[in-house]
Write a protein that binds this ligand. Structure first.
Ligand code: M7G
Length: 332
């Protein structure tokens, strides 16, 4: 199936790995069915920079690719320098292709070090064909805080997400094993309380510093935090408990070193939980978006209808249609 697909391409495979299991080395996405094949990067015609971050060493591009039919299709390409891997540092120091002095002053000096290709990976994420909503998602814009009451959710947000939200075909591909099947870290196959734990496509699995996995529940129809009631506690407890155990077993990272949370609002309205390294300042882990799974469980234990009743705060980008809906209702 050729739905808007997201393919993570390893531009250059790195050498030593702190964690060797499950890392991809090929430009072909695993799993077949939901993948988009290799992307013709060299043919990308860059239209604009959607966002760039010197701090994150990442750039988000809007480009177009000409199809055989002559149509130009939009793509989002994200280029991102990857964290250092301790194991490859001595190679980096010994095998650099060039070392050029930039300046020297007393005991201080700076250099340009040019690493060999195998140590200069650029993580390249492609969304192709990209929809207008993908372009918007990655475009840097002003953001506004919204306070959404339970009533606002029913009257404004719910009708909007029912008409507008992102395709979740990629989620179904994972659950049905037609994409990324060989990347699954853990699965509880129960249809109501089970889930699949898989590396997030933001993580290249080559170092633990930016560890990032997601747990996707098997049960369909739970759109977000707002749908959760006490009925979902067994599912949430399974995700918390088994997710931590599986990550300890596979990656050697203890639960006390993990930030485990849900986004509200998510981009994709099929319930999933984020697992990131506690020491990693992951995108989307700020207080206006991340809800710790253990707190969610506590809240539901205290009040089964907590997430239907409570006001939730989140940020919307300036040109998001949902912001307009809140403004029209006099709520923003
Ligand atoms: P979200 O909270 O719905 O939205 O999280 P966000 O992307 O704005 O954070 C969805 C999570 O799924 C994100 O962390 C994405 O990086 C991740 N993700 C998205 N896609 C399309 C894929 C995919 O195809 N495969 C995997 N493994 N992860 C994905």
């Amino acid at each position: 199936m050729r739905t808007p697909s997201a393919v993570t391409v390893m531009a250059e495979a790195t050498g030593a790995k702190r964690k060797r299991e499950g890392a991809e080395e090929s430009a072909e996405p695993p799993g077949g069915g939901g993948g988009g094949g290799s992307f013709p990067l060299a043919e990308l015609c860059v239209r604009r920079v959607l966002r760039e971050s010197a701090r994150d060493k990442a750039i988000f591009l809007h480009g177009q690719v000409n199809e055989a039919s002559g149509d130009a299709k939009d793509a989002v390409v994200i280029l991102e320098k990857t964290p250092f891997q301790e194991e490859s540092i001595s190679d980096l120091l010994k095998k650099h292709t060039r070392l050029k002095l930039q300046m020297s002053n007393d005991i201080y000096s700076t250099y340009h070090l040019y690493p060999p290709p195998q140590l200069s990976e650029i993580k390249t994420t492609v969304v192709y064909p990209a929809t207008e909503k993908h372009l918007q998602k990655y475009l840097r814009q002003e953001v506004y805080l919204i306070r959404e009451t339970g009533e606002d959710y029913k009257n404004i947000t719910l009708p909007f997400i029912q008409s507008q939200s992102f395709s979740i075909q990629w989620v179904y591909n994972i659950l049905e094993k037609t994409a990324e099947a060989d990347r699954i870290i853990h699965e509880n196959p129960d249809s109501s309380n089970g889930f699949v734990l898989i590396p997030d496509f933001k993580w290249n699995q080559k170092q633990l510093d930016d560890l990032y996995l997601i747990a996707i529940c098997h049960r369909r129809g739970i759109k977000s935090l707002r749908d959760l009631t006490a009925e979902h506690l067994p599912l949430l407890r399974n995700i918390l408990q088994e997710g931590k155990e599986a990550i300890l077993k596979r990656f050697g990272v203890a639960g006390s070193q993990l930030r485990i949370y849900l986004h509200y609002q998510p981009s994709y309205f099929h319930l999933h939980v984020h697992f990131t390294a506690l020491s990693y300042d992951a995108p989307g882990c700020s207080v206006e978006r991340a809800h710790l799974l253990s707190d969610v469980i506590d809240n539901l234990e205290l009040d089964p209808q907590y997430y239907q009743k409570h006001t939730l705060t989140f940020a919307l980008r300036a040109d998001e249609a949902l912001l307009k809906k809140f403004q029209e209702a006099g709520k923003a």
